[in-house]
Design a protein around this ligand. Sequence first.
Ligand code: PMP
Length: 457
Amino acid sequence: MHSPEKPATSTRAPSHLFYQSRLRRPLVDRAEGIYLWDQNGNRFIDGSSGAMVVNIGHGNRHVIDTMKEQMDRVTFAYRLHFENQPAEDLARRIAGYMPDGMDKVFFVSGGSEAVESCLKFARQYAVAVGQKQRWKIISRFPSYHGGTLGALAVTGYAALTDPFTPMMKDMPKIPAPTAYLDRDNLSMEEHGLRYADRLEETILAEGAESVLAFIMEPVGGASTGALVAPDSYYSRIREICDRYGVLLIHDEVMSGVGRTGKFLGGDYWNCRPDLIALSKGFGSGYSPLGAMVAPSRMVQPVLDTGGFQHGYTYAGNPLACAAGGAVLDEIERLDLIGNAEAMGEVLRYELVELSKRFPFIGDVRGKGLLLAAEFVEDLVTMKPLPKEQNAFQRVVDIAYDKGLIIYSRRTRGGVEGDHFLVCPPMIVTRQQIGEIVAILADTLRDLANELDLPVNK
Ligand code: PMP
């Protein structure tokens, strides 16, 4: 158990961290299932699967053994020199989970690379089919699509983008559908349509012939706190993209590979994206791994005009792909997608119960085990807590001291607000959810005391 007498901090000066750490974090020692231990023997519940990565949990024997076998055989063979069986097998299996026609898988090593590949592939496709004038990519704010300059240009997150704006193309952004904040007297479905129509307005304002693609997370990640749009949003977005010949890119880096209780977050709706970015749970923390998934009908014109002028050295290497295949084995063998759906319902119920005790929780949302709760000062106006209270950071720190890792951000629609995400590995059991919720309740009680927030009996 986590013992507060043993400080969970290290004394070593880190030479690999490039940010000011408010609190020193301990050295990690080992991990198993949903738990991590530091070198002082303190146990932590990985309530955020790292950064929503370790979907199948830590220390999975099958994945480790498969990787060891692969390492004994061959770890790296450059893709221009050799094809490799683990990559071919994984591509075929992934295609089997994709919407109809999405049958080509371009491997990369992470989420930013997956998004960057989608943006560049979309452009090359447009050029290949004679639409050279299309280059603008519309995205949403808030959003996070990656740290490389291309992915950052479509990211709606001022703190991360501001220093780099002179180095990036200014890409148009529309508001993410924070319908829960809107006070207008519309039904949820009407809200969904209204937010989706912002895409059409922006396409027309930019000049439809110049717009290449629209990128969105079907179930939001950390920046929006697991934002889910009203159902009407998704089909209207597809309609608008079709009307103006704009490609629809789904960033499923966080929501993909089962986390939402379906293989893709977009599977909850009939979204029909043209390109999909995957990562995080794909390698589940065992290996850096990501992919862009595309349909043959788009790949062929690019091949016919010389092939995709893009790629990464480590892409599709046999070790990463063997790890990805073994992760998929475990997802299938243990029915982890079914478990994510079932345990997601249990956890959501518990979060809603907590929101009754702690009325400064104004919204609980998400799908499967991609769940978030948002803090508000007032349930009627949905005003955010004052920034100075630093609630998003305090909730994480208090939980950490109690041995629970959660994830948080202060970003929401037009105004800032605090939310935290609870996203344990997809192997989580009902009893472990009980452990998580008990610590969370203690954490929220302490937070309420510290920030003078209301608590119901
Ligand atoms: N897209 C989304 C939706 C993400 O959540 C992230 C990572 N948080 C990325 C892209 C970038 O992934 P990576 O950090 O692996 O480059």
